[in-house]
Design a protein around this ligand. Structure first.
Ligand SMILES: O=C(O)[C@@H](O)C(=O)COP(=O)(O)O
Ligand SMILES: [Zn+2]
Length: 210
């Protein structure tokens, strides 16, 4: 996808996420890595529902600001994910309700916050590691995400919210939406007797990645 189409996709997807309640106010940020390594990102304090293509931030792969408004305060973790796993071409960070609620619970399994009970969670996400709480913009988020970038395509920031990646913006947003619905189901079923997928079922689904 070229720069123009990437800018259009970011505006379109930001508006869609905002209109459907996945993003509110100035929370959340999106980025996409272009073929030449430069990165388009949402400006800091921008509302995902009111993005303007020509004002989106453009930075080089080291994060030097090239064009547009000042980039998201979380740029360092976006860069860290791209630098540590070149297969990642888009990053979506939201404060969506159910994943953010989940991130605030005690006693989570930090290796995988959501034990699999539906196929698409496995096929789109697989595992959801928990990153310890640091304040928004703290460089330790970038450090921790960079260390795990090659092993996962989704992460849960404790007391904050999710970070989900993809091969392009549409793929990353679809992965994020699947994960948010899975978190919603997990909370809905939290007092019920859940039939979790077996190890064999998970293994078989892992070969059917979307
Ligand atoms: O939680 C935060 O403040 C950030 O992680 C965030 O979601 C919005 O920050 P900006 O992208 O700098 O607006
Ligand atoms: Zn945030």
């Amino acid at each position: 996808m070229n720069e123009h189409d990437t800018r259009q996709a970011m505006v379109e997807l930001g508006l869609s996420l905002f209109n459907r309640g996945y993003a509110t106010g100035g929370s959340g940020n999106l980025s996409a890595r272009l073929d030449d390594g430069r990165i388009i990102a949402t400006p800091t304090n921008s509302c995902l529902g009111r993005l303007q293509a020509e004002r989106l931030s453009l930075v080089d792969e080291e994060g030097r600001h090239l064009q547009g408004d000042k980039p998201t305060k979380e740029l360092s973790f976006h860069l860290s994910l791209y630098q540590n796993d070149p297969g990642k071409r888009a990053v979506v960070h939201l404060h969506c309700t159910y994943l953010t609620a989940l991130s605030c619970l005690e006693g989570l399994d930090s290796s995988n916050v959501i034990r699999p009970f539906t196929p698409y969670y496995v096929m789109r996400v697989g595992q959801l590691p928990l990153i310890p709480y640091y304040h928004p913009g703290d460089e330790r988020i970038a450090r921790d995400l960079g260390e795990q970038a090659r092993n996962y395509n989704a992460f849960l920031l404790a007391n904050h919210g999710p970070v989900v990646t993809g091969r392009d913006l549409y793929h990353a947003v679809d992965n994020m939406e699947e994960l948010e619905e899975t978190a919603r189901l997990a909370l809905l079923l939290s007092q019920q007797q859940v039939r979790y997928l077996s190890e064999q079922e998970v293994l078989e689904l892992s070969r059917r990645k979307v």
